[in-house]
Design a protein around this ligand. Structure first.
Ligand SMILES: Cc1cc2nc3c(=O)[nH]c(=O)nc-3n(C[C@H](O)[C@H](O)[C@H](O)COP(=O)(O)OP(=O)(O)OC[C@H]3O[C@@H](n4cnc5c(N)ncnc54)[C@H](O)[C@@H]3O)c2cc1C
Length: 667
């Protein structure tokens, strides 16, 4: 499967391992070894105080990536290991069967008892829906049975999110915020047995939970968090004071996960901020829900401003340990944010179906609008994207279920790509439906047309690119992980905070590494021999293998050109992230397509009908891969030819108050 031209796994692991210069991973420190500066692979000396604090806190909370990396992380170092995702890691028949009864109940319940347009109109989810969803177990899907949940896998949870997304964004957000980021997920990852026994049965049974991280001045940058948790003199309790903003489910919640600042710690003579995660009962005296926020979409979101005045929380309610709050939040999100792409699969399937039907029914200029190339092009894009979104999301879910290593890059790519594609799909579906896309369901029904709510889906899905890590932050997060092998090997060279001896050592060790690695990135590459992959798919997989080397070279050239200032080149980095994400999408799509061909019903062996099923799968997968390939070429072209610098300068002029004419002529 692996090209003979590629370095063996062990070599890559050794060459990029933490043994190399600039090693900082705190988790690998031996007992008694002093803690090195948190971000010694990154030179923070020329950063502003705010930037440095944000970065140091993020670095201190970051778990090092496994040396073997993951399929997606390895794309950035030119290592294309299709064998890690092929054959498609299908959900086992047993696991599927375990989820089927619940999924059947959920589907029936949504269809019969949840009215999404009414929920959107009133801005309320009826109390009977809370009770009904609790009764079928929808609030404890992944919570193990011994704690009162259904004990289902990530894949089955993802299937539930598809159903929810395809029906109602408000209920999807309620259920997802409750268990993907609310109390269940961090407790499953970090909770003590006692905490699990106390809280999981409550939340699995339907007591709503929420996750409170954001504050007025702390959005993407948690280092600026101000909610304080001061220990009492005997240390048995913490007293919380401050305010949290935009806490989804806060209005209905019985229990919250709250991130708070605890007293700072001295690290290498410098004060380091500490963030700690607490489980907080909403009934605790001093905790108030002071405001319900309302939004463009998700109008029935129970989103709150939560005020804390001398709220006393026992020490045993700390999740993990004091100071580990950001790590708890980031790790929770690493898995938790996979629910959003699954819900996006549901939204996109619904919008594709609406568009497909309308494009066949609506006659204009003598033919159905789907016969006009401008509309046909939109629907083909939607179809390809839906197929790829499903492939990426369920591939990653399945790998998570198999505990196949560290998947933070895959989940971040799924979140970023699926939320952006879904927004594009919603926008195009509105265009396909024309005026009816913009009209509300109630208005359509009022004049006798089917109540199809494209505008509701469009309003509801927009926020997906903002919460649980905005698209910009996802790109930075992926870029940081992508640069990790290079930072470990060569980052120390540019780090003026390190002693000169260490920097000189890094020149030699990185020189040795790059002398072997760099020329390999120029050798022609392919994915090697892949058993039983249809030749039409193999073509795209081989393209991805070659493009991965091109990506690795491009990233290396950028590092050589910009050195420690590369982190400021956000637009350039975002193109590399864009290339890698599309390569992941192509690869997942091809693996998924082959699995579909092999499992088509009737199977491929049944010549005529099996052939038809195969051709359908190939048509979708090939369209997607070609389209993704064009986007990749576009990204590559833009790395060399862009207006980034000029655009940056223009914005600084605008921020400084210049170009006054642009502000004239408004009311
Ligand atoms: C409907 C809704 C529900 C929410 N639910 C929850 C919840 O349950 N719990 C919770 O804790 N929070 C929640 N949030 C908050 C959400 O997570 C934040 O909105 C998000 O983290 C972004 O923060 P911000 O809105 O303050 O934007 P800012 O951080 O102010 O960012 C503004 C813009 O600048 C960009 N940006 C910021 N920093 C950088 C950078 N370094 N480089 C490049 N670009 C940057 C951002 O991507 C964004 O586009 C919710 C928000 C909404 C709208």
């Amino acid at each position: 499967m692996k090209s003979p031209l590629e370095a063996p796994e062990k070599q890559i692991a050794e060459e990029t391992s933490t043994k190399s210069a600039g090693r900082t991973d705190s988790s690998r420190r031996t007992a008694g070894e002093p803690e090195k500066p948190s971000a010694s692979v990154i030179d923070t000396s020329r950063m502003s105080k705010g930037q440095r604090e944000a970065l140091e806190l993020a670095e201190a909370s970051r778990d090092p990536l496994d040396d073997r990396g993951s399929f997606a992380s390895n794309l950035f170092i030119g290592r294309y290991d299709f064998g890690r995702i092929y054959p498609f890691p299908e959900q086992s028949a047993e696991d599927r069967a375990a989820g089927d009864p619940f999924l059947q109940k959920l589907e029936t319940y949504l269809r019969d008892h949840v009215d999404p347009d009414e929920i959107d109109r009133t801005g309320e989810i009826p109390p009977e829906n809370f009770a009904g969803l609790a009764e079928i177990g929808a609030f404890g899907i992944k919570v193990p049975k011994q704690y009162g949940g259904l004990g289902l896998s990530q894949s089955n949870y993802g299937r539930a999110a598809v159903l929810l997304g395809s029906w109602d964004g408000n209920v999807a957000a309620l259920v997802s915020a409750h268990q993907s980021i609310g109390v269940a997920q961090p407790l499953l990852l970090f909770g003590t047995e006692e905490q699990k026994r106390k809280y999981l049965p409550r939340v699995a049974g339907g007591e709503i939970s929420a996750f409170a991280l954001t504050e007025t001045h702390a959005g993407s940058d948690p280092a600026t968090m101000s909610l304080r948790a001061e220990p009492t003199p005997d240390g048995s309790e913490f007293v919380l004071n401050g305010e949290k903003l935009w806490c989804t489910n806060g209005v209905k919640a019985g229990v919250l996960v709250v991130m708070a600042r605890t007293p700072p710690k001295m690290v290498n003579g410098k004060e380091r901020k500490q963030i700690t995660a607490f489980i907080v009962d909403v009934a605790t005296p001093g905790l108030e829900i002071t405001y319900r926020c309302r939004f463009m979409g998700l109008r029935a979101l129970y989103n709150a401003v939560v005020k804390f005045t001398d709220v006393r929380v026992p020490r045993e309610n700390i999740i993990s340990k004091e100071g580990a709050g950001l790590k708890v939040a980031l790790t929770t999100l690493n898995t938790g944010r996979l629910t959003l792409p699954a819900a996006c699969v549901g939204v996109s399937k619904r919008l594709l179906e609406i568009s497909r039907k309308w494009a066949g029914e609506r006659i204009q200029w003598g033919v159905p609008i789907g016969k006009h190339a401008a509309i046909a092009g939109k629907i083909a894009e939607m179809a390809g994207d839906v197929f790829a979104m499903e492939a990426m999301t369920f591939l990653t879910s399945s790998l998570l279920d198999r505990k196949s290593g560290d998947l933070r890059i895959e989940t971040a790519m799924c979140k970023m790509w699926a939320t952006e594609m879904t927004w594009r799909i919603a926008d195009e579906a509105m265009q396909v439906r024309g005026g009816r896309g913009y009209e509300t369901a109630a208005s359509l029904a009022g004049r006798g047309e089917p109540p199809i709510s494209v505008e509701r889906f469009l309003r509801d899905c927009r926020v997906n690119m903002i919460f649980e890590g905005s698209s910009e932050i996802m790109r930075l997060f992926i870029a940081r992980e992508a640069l990790d092998p290079h930072l470990k090997v060569g980052g120390a060279i540019f780090n003026t905070q390190l002693p000169m001896s260490e920097r000189v050592k890094a020149v030699f060790s990185s020189g040795k590494f790059y002398a072997g690695w760099y020329p390999r990135q120029w050798l022609p590459g392919s994915a090697g021999k892949i058993d039983n992959l249809h030749p039409n798919l193999a073509k795209h997989v081989n393209y991805a293998a070659r493009a991965s080397k091109r990506l690795a070279r491009g990233l290396f050239h950028a590092m050589a050109r910009f050195g420690p200032k590369l982190d400021r080149e956000q637009l350039l980095l975002s193109r590399f992230v864009g290339v890698a994400t599309e390569l992941f999408a192509i690869s997942a799509t091809c693996s998924f397509a082959q699995w579909k061909i092999d499992h088509s019903d009737p199977p491929q062996a049944d010549r005529e009908q099996g052939g038809a099923a195969r051709d359908e799968v190939l048509s979708l997968a090939e369209y997607f891969c070609r389209s993704a390939c064009l986007r990749i070429e576009h990204h590559f072209a833009d790395t060399n030819n862009n207006v980034d610098r000029r655009g940056y300068e223009l914005t600084q002029e605008l921020l400084a108050g210049k170009h006054e004419s642009l502000r004239r002529g408004m009311v």
